[in-house]
Write a protein that binds this ligand. Structure first.
Ligand code: HEC
Length: 138
């Protein structure tokens, strides 16, 4: 095999791999959401038991996960999804700040704002498949 053919084959293989990666984007995304769910649940639990330091850490983690979510949606330019992802980051920052002030009431109020964005985005961008798994609807 001459080397030019070998290079061509390598380039084609790289493009195929890239295509497969792009198509499989569902996978990393649902991994983010699977990490979101327990973090969100722990945050509530820790706020309820006034474990403010841990709650602040949960909120910071949630903020990071939704930064990732925002990055995922950026190429789709899906405005409401991007807004939901940004709202969660803002609300998570508010929870974290209130938790650091040990202001349970303020932290709970900010926490409740997060739930609205979860639901809002799921209502318009999450499709439930017949097998009960989920699909992204950009
Ligand atoms: C920007 C939009 C958006 C926001 C905001 C959002 N989600 Fe999601 N979520 C999705 C989409 C789209 C899916 C379906 C994708 C998938 O599961 O592959 C999903 C799936 C999920 C799943 C199922 C994961 C699985 O595949 O088993 C859980 C659990 C979840 N989200 C929890 C949350 C929680 C909790 C919040 C709020 C703290 C939240 N999500 C906020 C878009 C969002």
């Amino acid at each position: 095999m001459n080397s030019r053919i070998a290079v061509t084959i390598i380039v084609i293989a790289a493009f195929v791999a890239l295509g497969v990666t792009l198509l499989a984007q569902n996978r990393p995304y649902d991994q983010v959401m699977k990490e979101v769910a327990p973090t969100y649940a722990n945050l509530k639990k820790n706020l309820d038991s006034s474990a403010f330091a841990v709650a602040a850490a949960d909120a910071a983690k949630l903020e990071g996960l939704f930064k990732e979510t925002e990055t995922f949606w950026t190429p789709f330019k899906t405005k409401d999804a991007l807004d939901f992802a940004k709202s969660v980051q803002l609300a998570a920052r508010n929870v974290s700040a209130a938790a650091k002030e040990m202001n349970g009431q303020k932290a709970q109020a900010a926490y409740n704002a997060i739930g609205k964005s979860c639901k809002g985005c799921h209502d318009s961008h999450r499709e439930t498949m017949p097998d009960k798994s989920f699909k992204i609807k950009p």
